[in-house]
Design a protein around this ligand. Structure first.
Ligand code: BG6
Ligand code: MG
Length: 223
């Protein structure tokens, strides 16, 4: 693992790291699964974390062997319907929905001069950052619509690193999804995984919960 003294910036996943929108994605996809007749399991819920909207729908259809039963137009209608449900759920978000410890971490990183960017697969990320009133902490957000491949491809974290203008070994990426940790590692950054779902991908640093992740603790573990 690189020494903390090399670190200059941080790339953040959003859903499940900064705020618990992961539960709203799960709720909305669960309804889609019911509609298409796929049995919802904890494993499926875990595997969907970090995965783009259309790739998530494909996984849900595949899990129930329904992948050939829908035309592309019908898939787009299903994905749009899920997104409308999700957008309704996130209307209730306020700054109090930032996960424990994260606001402190953002303040500490900003005060210490680290740069931060967002590597979220979600096209709703700008709206969520606005609702949480934390957009100004970040130098930029990767536009997921511009990607060739979603997580676990490294592309999104590579692009988030380019926003910062630093080398991969100068960056720590934060993720709550196994696909996201894979993406960070593929980009050559230090992977900080939060929550059990990341364990499968072997993050460089692991924390059970967001409230355990502080600048001092990250430093301590990387020396
Ligand atoms: C990721 C979530 O951040 O964004 C996934 O972890 C979600 O669950 C993906 O499917 C895409 O989000 P959206 O808002 O563009 O449908
Ligand atoms: Mg996430």
């Amino acid at each position: 693992m690189v020494n903390f003294s090399n670190i200059k910036g941080f790339t953040f996943d959003l859903d499940g790291i900064i705020t618990n929108t992961a539960k709203f994605h799960e709720q909305a996809w669960h309804e889609t699964a019911r509609e298409v007749g796929t049995v919802w399991t904890d494993q499926l819920a875990t595997d969907l974390k970090g995965i783009s909207r259309m790739d998530s729908l494909e996984m849900i259809l595949k899990a129930g062997n329904h992948e050939n039963n829908y035309s592309q137009e019908e898939k787009i209608i299903l994905a749009d319907k899920k997104n409308k449900k999700y957008q309704n759920l996130i209307k209730q978000l306020t700054p109090t929905d930032i996960l424990p410890g994260i606001h402190q971490l953002l303040d500490d990183l900003k005060d210490a001069g680290y740069l931060m960017s967002i590597a979220s697969a979600s096209k709703n990320a700008p709206t969520i950052l606005d609702r949480l009133n934390i957009g100004d902490y970040f130098k930029g957000i990767v536009d997921p619509a511009s990607l060739h491949a979603g997580k676990p491809s490294p592309e999104i974290f590579i692009r988030a690193g380019h926003i910062l203008g630093f080398e991969p070994q100068e960056i720590i990426g934060l993720e709550d999804a196994s696909a996201g940790v894979e993406s960070i590692k593929g980009a050559g950054q230090t992977a900080l995984g939060i929550g059990l779902a990341t364990k499968k991908a072997n993050p460089d640093l692991y924390f059970d919960n967001t409230d355990e992740v502080g600048l001092a603790e990250i430093k301590r573990r990387m020396i």
